[in-house]
Design a protein around this ligand. Structure first.
Ligand code: ADP
Ligand code: MG
Length: 274
């Protein structure tokens, strides 16, 4: 069975490129021949609409409905509620119902680990599972972090995320009590404006403050109209404009993520042979 890597795409600030990164990294991994499941863990459902399911409020089987069934100990067929997109990824969609689940989880026994529990027996079918987190550090995000092996943090190049980063790192450290091997894979700089030095300043400041503990990916995602337009077309940047600088940057990020994944596989292999 393949060893699955679960990555939470997480930053409690909105508008930093989490969803756009999930779409393009997800499809990038699928294009590299990996089996990929994407999970929309935001009640806004942006990931779901980005892939073309615009009437997501009409979707009957979503992350929320499936996990609610599991919590109520009703029979759950995990094959339903997985949508298949033409670009080769699978998607567990979401809509506003997910905010209801947030409330339901509070009164549940294993409230931090419901998603991990849900993924247990479907995980093995995928090489990568990416979870597109919502802009908060509430119970749904805690569930994403508990289910994840690592965290990828998109940071908007124009803003110094000083305080936000500290909160995020604290939350990750708290989650480590229930998920001890959770690690931060790195920060990816998004919405980089090549005409200003801001991105450089922000990335240098991040390096100074966190560089010893958190890697910053070489790939920098440029600010690009195409990247924003893509969201309305239901496809990734590779289908929308495969030669754009944004597509190139996401291809580069995909390669770096695969490299990380392979390092991890080698490590666990050598641990097995010991
Ligand atoms: P988040 O999921 O963190 O809230 P999104 O991925 O939804 O962030 O991005 C926020 C907004 O910025 C969206 O309207 C999106 O289309 C746009 N956007 C994302 N990445 C880029 C980019 N590289 N260039 C221009 N616009 C972008
Ligand atoms: Mg989003």
């Amino acid at each position: 069975m393949a060893e699955t890597k679960v990555i939470a795409i997480c930053n409690q600030k909105g508008g930093v490129g989490k969803t756009t990164t999930t779409v393009n990294l997800g499809v990038g991994l699928a294009k590299a021949g990996k089996k990929v499941l994407l999970i929309d863990a935001d009640p806004q459902g942006d990931l779901t609409t980005c892939f073309g399911w615009h009437d997501n409020d009409d979707l009957k089987d979503t992350l929320a409905s499936q996990i609610a069934k599991m919590i109520r100990e009703e029979p759950v067929d995990k094959r339903i509620g997985i949508l298949k997109h033409e670009e080769g990824i699978h998607l567990i969609p979401s809509n506003l119902e997910l905010s209801g689940l947030e409330m339901m989880l509070v009164n549940t026994m294993s409230r931090e680990t419901a998603l991990r529990e849900y993924l247990k027996d479907i995980k093995g079918s995928y090489d990568y599972i990416l979870i597109d987190c919502m802009p908060s550090l509430g119970m749904i995000t805690i569930n994403a972090l508990s289910a994840a092996d690592s965290v990828l943090i998109p940071v908007q190049a124009q803003y110094l995320p000083a305080k936000g980063m500290t909160q995020l790192v604290q939350t990750i450290n708290r989650v480590k009590k229930i998920n001890p091997h959770l690690k931060i894979d790195g920060i990816v700089m998004t919405l980089v404006d090549g005409r200003t030095n801001l991105a450089k300043t922000v990335s240098e400041t991040l390096k100074r403050n966190y560089g010893k503990v958190i890697k910053i990916y070489d790939a920098k995602i440029p600010i690009a109209v195409k990247a924003a337009e893509m969201a309305t077309r239901g496809v990734s940047i590779y289908s929308y404009d495969k030669n754009s600088p944004a597509a190139r940057a996401y291809r580069e990020l995909t390669k770096e993520v695969i490299k990380d994944g392979e390092k991890r596989r080698d490590k666990s292999k050598s641990a097995l042979s010991r």
